[in-house]
Design a protein around this ligand. Structure first.
Ligand code: H2U
Ligand code: ZN
Length: 350
């Protein structure tokens, strides 16, 4: 078979992390759009909002008052999806009706006391405090005997179901491996066995050589649009050194992580001059007491916006019933992200 012209011909691409395929239809980018146009909520303007349940000094649902925190602040989610104390029980009626009890913990992480900031508008040192908080939480939650995995994530923007503009994320600790981590773990393990190297380490080396999908980087991290991206401007953040968790990063790397988070979120905001919505999160080794040297720390950014601040991608129809599909190629998306200024548009205006 001869090589495909990836920029113009329909094709599918393989995701070696999940071992799933994505359909790429570059010829469809010009199709007209008469569907729903989203309203993006304007950015929060005030440093303190007395009605915000995450601001310092506010009273949360359930009556607890937040302290006057100076940097980051973490608390147990008042509406936690997982609870620490659930009796171990099971439903098993043949193979078809199967259920298991699940314990865990849900935490909320406020990134800053400032109500009006986002990762893109925080300094590297402010973001470093967030990185340190994530590391501390990962260690604390992961060390609990029943916790097998710790998922750190952030929903940004109403479009992604975020409840509040105050900069914050969540951490859920489970006694099982959630689906996505389980898929990745298997792929990492299998690749390690066959090649004795890191799947994402080898992938990063390829991307650094090809230079087609890179977005930005620093001495310790690289952000790129993965070959198999599903979301229009999806990116993958990779550590250059193979580490299995945030905890394994040294001091310099932790600051470099803060820096790359700032770089990529600034580029996202600059793309459509808006506070760019996304779901992002880290994948780290399971906390099952084993070292998992096959793993390679990374973060995924999944933003829903497609062609403007108001037109988003929907995962419907063929994507729900068959497989994910994208129009704009990952190479074109990376070029767009590379072409915007590295300085936040609001800083350029002021
Ligand atoms: P999201 O914006 O990603 O939904 O995260 C905010 C979380 O904060 C959400 O999970 C919790 C919600 O349950 N929350 C509290 O724990 N206490 C409150 O007083 C309101 C919201
Ligand atoms: Zn607030």
């Amino acid at each position: 078979m001869s090589a495909i012209d990836l920029a113009s011909r329909p094709h599918r691409r393989f995701n070696p992390l999940t071992r799933e395929w994505v359909l790429v239809s570059p010829q469809r980018t010009e199709r007209p759009w008469q569907g729903q146009v989203e309203n993006i909520a304007p950015e929060a303007q005030v440093r303190f909002d007395p009605n915000c349940y995450l601001c310092p000094g506010s009273v949360r649902a359930g009556g607890v008052r937040n302290p006057a925190y100076p940097t980051t602040f973490v608390f147990d989610n008042d509406f936690a999806a997982l609870k620490p104390e659930v009796p171990a029980q099971e439903v098993r009626e043949g193979e078809l009706l199967v259920a298991r009890s699940e314990t865990g913990r849900c935490r909320v992480v406020c990134y800053s006391p400032r109500h009006d900031l986002t990762m893109a508008r925080m300094s590297v040192s402010e973001l470093r405090a967030v990185v340190d908080t994530w590391i501390q939480e990962f260690a604390e939650l992961g060390n609990q005997p029943r916790v097998q995995s710790v998922q750190i994530f952030e929903n940004r923007g109403e479009m992604m179901g975020c409840s509040n503009p105050h900069p914050h994320g969540q951490i859920w600790a489970n006694e099982i491996l959630p689906n996505e981590l389980a898929k990745e773990l298997e792929s990492f393990g299998d690749y390690q066995q066959r090649h004795a190297t890191s799947l994402l380490g080898d992938y990063l080396a390829l991307e650094l050589e090809k230079q087609e999908r890179l977005v930005c980087g620093n001495g310790h991290f690289v952000a790129l649009v993965p070959y198999w991206a599903v979301w229009p401007f999806e990116t993958l953040l990779l550590s250059r050194r193979r580490v299995v968790s945030l905890e394994a990063l040294n001091d310099e790397e932790r600051t470099a992580l803060a820096d790359i988070l700032r770089q990529i979120t600034i580029r996202y905001d600059n793309l459509f001059q808006t506070s760019f919505p996304y779901t992002m999160g880290f994948h780290q080794r399971p906390t099952d007491g084993r070292e998992h040297p096959e793993f390679h720390l990374h973060a995924h950014f999944y933003p829903p916006l497609l062609r403007s601040a108001t037109v988003k991608k929907f995962m419907v129809g063929y994507e729900m019933l068959a497989m994910p599909q994208r129009d704009i190629t990952p190479e074109a998306a990376a070029a767009r992200l590379r072409s915007v200024p590295a300085t936040h548009y609001l800083e350029l205006i002021s």
